[in-house]
Design a binder for this molecule. Sequence first.
Ligand code: B1M
Length: 228
Amino acid sequence: MEDEDIDLSTLSDQELVEQMHDDLYDGLADEIIEGTQILLDRGWEPYKVLTEALVEGMRIVGVDFRDGILFVPEVLLSAGSMKAGMKILKPLLAATGAPKAGKMVIGTVKGDIHDIGKNLVVMMMEGAGFEVIDIGINNPVENYLEALEEHKPDIIGMSALLTTTMPYMKVVVDAMVEKGIRNDYIVMVGGAPLNEEFADSVGADAYGRDAAMTVELAKQKIAERAAA
Ligand code: B1M
């Protein structure tokens, strides 16, 4: 994209939003900041900017990531650009009370320091309108339980990249069962060595194969809960 040739302020609202989708795709944070500000200056509600310009742009990125058209470095750039736009919107959204898709606590399990995939999930979830509390890497069961107690999320997410650390997910689920809080939360797990069968075996509700799938499953599980 030849963004240096485009004066964003001269575009119509529709053209600007489409340009922002392209700019998100291309990971152009400065352009996203500028576009976000222009839409706000034109009187757009922060929530409308979030959903129509940023979330829709990230949805397109998520689809191409899932389909192997975009790769991790590109998605990280897109997610970084999304974050730059979100930084402007966040305080405004808090003030105007935009609806939240849901809340998630997520962390990498004890003994595991891999966090690139988890960070991608965090960014995509935030991009989809979720509030995410990221408790980082190498989390013993106590960290998850404390975070659940403190933040009362809809979803607890766990990531593991090592075959030696993935069984720890069961330690966390078992502790939740023991405390009688298992069914208060949707348990989602992910990480390269996992699969559906493993997720079932540790007692999780869903396995996120990738970040885009995790977002879709999170929305689906929350809708199922609301319906029940
Ligand atoms: Co590590 N490492 N590593 N490593 N490392 C792997 C995982 C490995 C497969 C490499 C290999 O040998 N081929 C291997 C594991 C083998 C096994 O367990 N059988 C391995 C090993 C052995 C190790 C060390 C033990 C090496 C050593 O020290 N001898 C060591 C362990 C450290 C520890 O954790 N205690 C180690 C260290 C490291 C680095 C620090 C160098 C670095 C991590 C940097 C970081 O994360 N900040 C690293 C890296 C980068 C990798 C590889 C190369 C890439 C992982 C990655 O980021 N993938 C990896 C090889 C590979 O996978 N090709 C490897 C990209 C990322 C986007 O994908 O994480 O799968 P992924 O996340 C996806 C999905 O899985 C899903 O969504 C994400 C986005 O689509 N997902 C979730 C992930 N978490 C989710 C949580 C959810 C939902 C979905 O919750 C709801």
